[in-house]
Design a protein around this ligand. Structure first.
Ligand code: DLL
Length: 433
C-alpha cells in the first residue's frame, strides 16, 4: 500500500521544520538559477540568507501567471534543459500557452503524490482505473495514469471523448475507478442511465477535478453510478493534479504540505490572512526542481483549515474553490480567458468589431459556450453567406487556439448591452459552487 504515513501524519511542528528546511534550499537554488526570481529578490533588497524558514515566507516576492508568459517557454526553469524530461502546458491569458517542465525526480515525486491520492480514496492494486482525462499537454491524463500504475492498478488510458465507447469500455473491462472532470462524469452517468446499463457497471469510486463542481452534482453522480465521488484539485503551474485531494471523509482537500506551502492572502491588500478566512490561495513549491515557483498567486478563492481530520492526516485542508479573483472561466474543463477571445476577434478582419459577449450555460450536463460578436457597419445584415463564413472562421480559430468548440453568432452593431459605455464581457449562467 502506498501510504506515506511518516509525511502525511507528521505533527505540525515537525512538518513546519521540514517545510522550513526545504524552503531555504529552494530559495537558494532559485536565486542562483532563475533570473526573474533573482531580480524580484534584488528589487526587495533580499538575499537567500535572509530567509530562515516558513516564518519568513511573507517577505518573499509573489509570482504570477504573466511571468510564465513573459519567460515563455523555458525561462523560469531552475534546471538545465538537458535535465528536463517532460513538459506540460495550459492556457495563458492571451496567445501563447504557459509551459512547465519536470525533471526525472519531479516526475517521481508527482507519481508518489498521485499514488497517495488514490490510496487515501481507497483505491488498491486490484482496481481497474479508467483515465478519461485528456492525455497530452494537459496534466490530467498523464498525472492520473502515473499514480494508478505506481500502486499496481490496471490502467485503461482511454483519454477524453467518445462517450458511448467510454461506457462500453467501463462495462467490458470491468472498470472500478473513473478519473475525469465532474461535468463529464455527470454526462457519462446520465448517458449510462439513458442506455439502461448502469447495473452492468462495476464502478465503485469516482475521482473528479480540474473544474468547479457543486455538492448537488456530487450527489447526483454518486446516486446514479452508485459510487463514492471524490474531489481533487491541482493546477499546471504548481504540479497538475495531486496538489490536494479529499480523504475518505470528503471534508475538504488535504494539501500535500510536505511539497507545497499554501497561504491565503487578501487579493486587494496582498496581506496573508489567518486560517479560516476566505481569500486567494497562494502556493510555494518546496521540492520541485524543473519549474519551482515561489508564492504563486493562483487566483482561486478559498479557505484553509488546520482542524484535525478524522483520517489522522495533519495536512491542511482546503475547501472547494469558491470562485476566482480574475476573469478565467473553465468551460468543459478547459481554461478560457476572455482576453484570448478578444485577441482572436482582433485578428478576424474588418467585417467584425471586437465588441463581444461570452455566454456560458449548461445543457444536458455539458457546458454551452456561445460568443456573440458585433459586426461592423460595412457588413450587410442580409448577407447570410458572408455572415456564416465569418462565424465559421472564428469558430475554427477558437477551436484551434483554445482547443474547445464555441458557437459564434454575429449580431448587429451596438446590440450588445452596455452599461457606463462598457459591454459586460461574460455572462455565466452555470451554478458552480
Ligand atoms: O486542472 C489540473 C488538474 C487535472 C486538477 C486533473 C485535477 C484533476 P489547470 O488546467 O492548470 O490544471 O487548471 C487549474 O482549475 O486554478 C482551478 O481554478 C481549477 N480547478 C482544478 N481543480 C479544481 C477543483 C488542472 N477540484 C485550475 N475544483 C485551478 C475547482 C478546480 N476548481
Amino acid at each position: 500500500m502506498y501510504y506515506q504515513k511518516e509525511y502525511e501524519c507528521m505533527p505540525r511542528e515537525e512538518l513546519v521544520k521540514l517545510q522550513s528546511e526545504r524552503l531555504v534550499a529552494q530559495v537558494k537554488r532559485m536565486y542562483e538559477n532563475v533570473e526573474c526570481f533573482r531580480n524580484r529578490m534584488d528589487e526587495k533588497g533580499l538575499k537567500p540568507s535572509d530567509i530562515h524558514g516558513v516564518e519568513d515566507l511573507s517577505k518573499l516576492p509573489f509570482s504570477y501567471k504573466t511571468d510564465l508568459r513573459d519567460y515563455y517557454p523555458y525561462g523560469l526553469f531552475a534546471s538545465p534543459l538537458s535535465d528536463i524530461v517532460r513538459v506540460h502546458a495550459s492556457s495563458g491569458t492571451t496567445g501563447k500557452r504557459i509551459v512547465v517542465g519536470y525533471t526525472r525526480n519531479d516526475l517521481e515525486i508527482w507519481e508518489d503524490m498521485m499514488a497517495r491520492q488514490l490510496v487515501a480514496l481507497g483505491v488498491t492494486k486490484d482496481d481497474i482505473v479508467q483515465v478519461a482525462f485528456g492525455y497530452g499537454l494537459f496534466t490530467g491524463g498523464f498525472g492520473a495514469h502515473a499514480g494508478a500504475e505506481k500502486i499496481g492498478c490496471l490502467v485503461v488510458p482511454i483519454s477524453s471523448g467518445n462517450t458511448a465507447r467510454q461506457i462500453e469500455t467501463m462495462i467490458d473491462f470491468g472498470v472500478t475507478v473513473l478519473y475525469c472532470t465532474p461535468s463529464y462524469a455527470m454526462y457519462l452517468a446520465e448517458t449510462a442511465e439513458k442506455m439502461g446499463v448502469v447495473d452492468q457497471l462495476k464502478l465503485r469510486i469516482g475521482i473528479f477535478g480540474a473544474e468547479p463542481w457543486t455538492e448537488e452534482m456530487r450527489q447526483k453522480i454518486e446516486q446514479t453510478f452508485k459510487i463514492k465521488a471524490y474531489d481533487v484539485y491541482g493546477l499546471t503551474e504548481i504540479l497538475g493534479p495531486g496538489v490536494s485531494r479529499e480523504c475518505e471523509y470528503q471534508a475538504g482537500m488535504h494539501i500535500n504540505e510536505d511539497h507545497f506551502i499554501p497561504e491565503i492572502i487578501d487579493p486587494e491588500t496582498l496581506e496573508p490572512l489567518p486560517y479560516g478566512s476566505i481569500g486567494e490561495l497562494v502556493f510555494t513549491t518546496i521540492t520541485k526542481e524543473g519549474a519551482p515557483i515561489i508564492r504563486y498567486r493562483t487566483r482561486d478563492l478559498c479557505q484553509l483549515t488546520v482542524e484535525p481530520c478524522k483520517c489522522g492526516r495533519t495536512h491542511v485542508r482546503m475547501k472547494k474553490p469558491q470562485g476566482r479573483s480574475d476573469d478565467m472561466l473553465i468551460i468543459r474543463g478547459v481554461n478560457v480567458f476572455p482576453s484570448q477571445i478578444e485577441e482572436i476577434l482582433l485578428k478576424a478582419g474588418n467585417e467584425i468589431t471586437p465588441n463581444y459577449q461570452i455566454i456560458v450555460g449548461r445543457e444536458n450536463n455539458t457546458d454551452t459556450f456561445d460568443v456573440l460578436v458585433e459586426m461592423a457597419e460595412n457588413l450587410f445584415a442580409d448577407d447570410i453567406k458572408s455572415i456564416e463564413a465569418i462565424q465559421k472562421k472564428i469558430e475554427n480559430n477558437i477551436r484551434s487556439i483554445l482547443g474547445i468548440g464555441a458557437k459564434v453568432k454575429l449580431v448587429s452593431p451596438n446590440s450588445i448591452a452596455r452599461s457606463e459605455g462598457k459591454a459586460k464581457r461574460v455572462i455565466d449562467n452555470r451554478k458552480l459552487v
